[in-house]
Design a protein around this ligand. Structure first.
Ligand SMILES: Nc1ncnc2c1ncn2[C@@H]1O[C@H](COP(=O)(O)OP(=O)(O)O)[C@@H](O)[C@H]1O
Ligand SMILES: [Mg+2]
Length: 323
C-alpha cells in the first residue's frame, strides 16, 4: 500500500503540489488524472523518490520514503517499475538487451538460464516473441511500449508506475496496451498507478481515480461515480462533453444511470405514467471497465418539473435540474 499524506512540493517559489493526500491499495489500478500542468508527473516522481518534497510524507507498506537515504531509495526504486510516454529505449540495443538492462544495472548476470528464461517469458507476456532481436527503430510505437513494459517488469516490481504511457499512441493501439496492463495487474498481482490526461484510459482500466487540479486532489473515488455525474466545476470543464446548446425554454433535467438498469424503460414509463410529452436533448452511454453507465437530458414544461422529479425519485434514478 502507498499512502501519501499532505504532500507539498514547489519548484523554486512555485508551489506545484499543495497538500496532496491519496491512498493506493495493493492490486489496484489507480489513476491520477487531470489537465496538463496539474502536477501529476511530479506526484508520480515523489512516489518513487525521483523528486524530493518539502513537507508531508510518502509511505510504502508502512515505511516512510526518505529521499536522503540513498540506499533505501535505490531499493525502493527496484520495487517500482516505470514506463513513460516516450518509451526511453536504447536504440543500439535489441528488444532482448533493452529488457535485460535493469538486470545488468543491478549486477545480475544476464547469461544464466534463469535470466534468459525470465527475459523470454516477459517477451512472450507482452506479445513480442517474433521480435526478440529487433532494434527499436524496427518497431511500432505500441511495440516499443511493450518492450518498455517488459523492461519495467524484469526486476519483479510490486508496483508499475505509468506516466502518460499511451498518450503518444492511437486509440486502437492504446486499447491493446491497456489490456496488457490489466493482464499484468490480474495475473502478476502488480499494483498499477497510471498518470494520464486521457479519460479513455481511466474508463477502461482504473478501479479508483484521483482528480488533480492545480496541485490539489479535488476528488477521489470510482471513475464512474466521479465522471458520470460530475459535481465539481473543474471536473465538468475537464470532460467538456455536454453540449451547452440546451433549450432555453422549459426545464432541462439530467438523468443518471449507473450500473444495472437501462434508461429506456424509465423514459417511456415516465411518458406513459405522467401522460406528458418531453424531448430528449442529449444523451450518452459510456463504458467503464466493461460496465455501461449513461446519462441523458430531457426538456419538459416548467410546470411538470415537480411531478417528473418525484417520479424519478420513486424509481431511484438520480437527477439534476440544469440551470
Ligand atoms: N523540474 C521542474 N522545474 C520547474 N518547474 C517544474 C518542473 N517540473 C514540473 N514543473 C512545473 O510543475 C507544474 C506541474 O508539472 P507536472 O507535474 O509535469 O504536471 P502534469 O504531469 O500534470 O502535466 C507545471 O507548472 C510545471 O511547469
Ligand atoms: Mg506529466
Amino acid at each position: 500500500m502507498i499512502k501519501i499524506h499532505e504532500l507539498e512540493k514547489s519548484f523554486k517559489d512555485v508551489s506545484v503540489l499543495k497538500g496532496v493526500s491519496i491512498t493506493i491499495k495493493d492490486s489496484e489500478i489507480y489513476g491520477i488524472v487531470g489537465q496538463s500542468g496539474a502536477g501529476k508527473s511530479t506526484l508520480l516522481r515523489c512516489i518513487n523518490g525521483l523528486e524530493s518534497f518539502e513537507s508531508g510524507y510518502v509511505e510504502v507498506d508502512g515505511t516512510k520514503v526518505d529521499v536522503k537515504d540513498k540506499v533505501a531509495l535505490k531499493n525502493l526504486r527496484r520495487r517500482m517499475g516505470m514506463i513513460f510516454q516516450g518509451f526511453n529505449l536504447l536504440e543500439r540495443l535489441d528488444v532482448y538487451d533493452n529488457i535485460a538492462l535493469p538486470l545488468k544495472f543491478w549486477g545480475i548476470k544476464t547469461n544464466t538460464e534463469e535470466s534468459r528464461k525470465k527475459i523470454l517469458d516477459l517477451i512472450e507476456l507482452v506479445g513480442l516473441s517474433e521480435k526478440v532481436h529487433a532494434k527499436p527503430r524496427e518497431l511500432s510505437g505500441g511495440q516499443k511500449q511493450r518492450v518498455a513494459i517488459a523492461r519495467a517488469l524484469v526486476l519483479d516490481p510490486e508496483f508499475l508506475l505509468c506516466d502518460e504511457a499511451t498518450s503518444a499512441l492511437d486509440p486502437e493501439i492504446t486499447k491493446g496496451i491497456l489490456a496488457l496492463l490489466q493482464k499484468i495487474n490480474k495475473e502478476l498481482g502488480i499494483t498499477i498507478i497510471v498518470v494520464t490526461h486521457q479519460m479513455e484510459v481511466v474508463k477502461q482500466i482504473c478501479n479508483k481515480v484521483a482528480f488533480l487540479s492545480g496541485g490539489k486532489v479535488l476528488a477521489e473515488g470510482k471513475p464512474e461515480e466521479m465522471f458520470i455525474q460530475p459535481r465539481i466545476p473543474e471536473i465538468k470543464a475537464f470532460l467538456h462533453d455536454r453540449s451547452e446548446i440546451l433549450p432555453d425554454y422549459g426545464v432541462n433535467i439530467q438523468l443518471f444511470f449507473t450500473g444495472e438498469g437501462s434508461m429506456e424503460p424509465i423514459v417511456t414509463m415516465m411518458a406513459r405514467e405522467l401522460d406528458e410529452d418531453f424531448s430528449i436533448c442529449w444523451a450518452k452511454i459510456e463504458d467503464f471497465r466493461d460496465e455501461l453507465h449513461g446519462s441523458l437530458v430531457i426538456n419538459a414544461k416548467e410546470e411538470d418539473e415537480e411531478r417528473i422529479c418525484s417520479f424519478l425519485d420513486k424509481k431511484n434514478v438520480s437527477w439534476e435540474v440544469l440551470k
